[in-house]
Design a protein around this ligand. Structure first.
Ligand code: KG4
Ligand code: ZN
Length: 339
């Protein structure tokens, strides 16, 4: 069976054609990075309008690259939660329009579950049961996953997501958007011990929660003191930027790795599956490998190309198709953060 999958939860317009045995027939991702760069973050209105312009060409290309026509598809799947309202609506309306025009069934994708499923696509191995860990621009969440259609939320951030913190700290340091790759590059030449930034909740062995907003403020105080700084006039040296970047990255990674180990311990599960844009971070990947090995757990991390938003991971919809979990045209978006 062949599925068209559509992803427009944030600032990537993406479509893919995948099979129920998880072959990737095509994958198109139109990034909006250049549109949001000047604002150091995603502007929802700009994102939604850009999706409107791009969605049809992206879907067309995905079908053409797969060497298929609409008739050859068995179902249309779309990420309808969570995400930005305007962005989600564009993908959902496009998917519904295709379903109305062709009579094909509609399947709903939870974007966070799809990030975890990226590990399944990449490894070709069964991943359930596992602790699913999504670390992205909008989310830092743990799930107890017993199957592709059974995800139970265990905990996550109570304020900023890890990626959001990377983006905001990068902006303070005068580094380009998106901040994650820029910080990890700068950190290569920095001393992770130069600044001792807070690791919120890390010692609390009960809470499966993160808080990155205080860490972000600690970085701000470290580089600019209190008051209302003009970050553009800070004139930090290259080494200072590298040291802040490395110290900040280490603090985030300590929290992410520490809580991932706690999630495994609390659930009694043995496999950790990690996805989302921040999972592309090399230091995080290395530390997760070390810690899971040390504690005797298994680890799967999505490959780099499936960490940031894409439609291939929407192949999780094939499991819903097989389970007969189809939607009617009343399917709505569920915007916001966690579902
Ligand atoms: O999964 P994603 O594409 O979008 C959401 O669903 O949110 O993640 C984007 C986020 C951005 O915040 C970006 O800064 C972060 O992932 N990111 C990274 C790295 N590459 C992307 N964060 C840390 N290190 C990286 N190498
Ligand atoms: Zn995402």
């Amino acid at each position: 069976m062949k599925l068209l999958t559509i992803e427009t939860t944030c600032d990537e317009t993406a479509a893919a054609v995948v099979t129920d045995d998880l072959q990737i027939l095509s994958s198109i991702v139109a990034s909006q990075e250049s549109l949001h760069e000047q604002f150091s973050g995603v502007v929802p209105e700009i994102a939604a309008r850009a999706h409107v312009e791009r969605i049809l060409p992206v879907v067309d290309q995905a079908i053409q690259r797969a060497d298929l026509t609409l008739d050859d598809l068995d179902a249309i799947a779309v990420a309808h939660t969570p995400g930005l309202s305007g962005s989600l609506l564009v993908g959902l309306v496009a998917a519904k329009a295709i379903c109305v025009a062709t009579g094909k069934p509609l399947i709903a994708i939870n974007h966070l579950h799809a990030h975890v499923f990226a590990c399944r696509i990449a490894s070709g191995k069964e991943i359930f049961p596992c602790v699913g860990f999504v670390v992205s621009g909008g989310h830092s969440n743990f799930f107890h996953c017993t199957g592709a259609t059974e995800f139970k939320h265990l905990g996550g951030t109570i304020d900023d997501a890890a990626g959001e913190a990377f983006d905001k700290v990068a902006s303070m340091l005068g580094l380009p958007y998106p901040g994650g790759p820029a910080i990890s590059r700068a950190a290569l030449k920095g001393d992770p011990k130069a600044f001792s930034f807070p690791r919120p909740f890390l010692r609390d062995k009960e809470r499966l929660e993160f808080s990155f907003s205080g860490l972000k403020t600690a970085v701000r105080y470290a580089i600019a003191g209190v008051g209302k700084p003009d970050f553009s006039k800070l004139n930090l040296s290259e080494q200072q930027v590298a040291d802040v970047a490395a110290s900040f990255q280490e603090a985030v990674v300590d929290c992410l790795v520490g809580k991932a180990m706690l999630a495994l311990q609390k659930t009694g599960l043995e496999l950790l599956c990690v996805g989302g844009g921040v999972a592309a971070n090399k230091r995080l990947r290395q530390r997760l490998q070390e810690s899971t090995q040390e504690h005797g757990y298994e680890l799967q991390i999505a490959p780099f190309e499936l960490c940031t938003d894409n439609a291939v991971m929407g192949a999780i919809a094939s499991e819903r198709l097989q389970a007969g979990m189809l939607e009617d045209l009343s399917l709505d978006i569920i915007p916001g953060l966690i579902r």
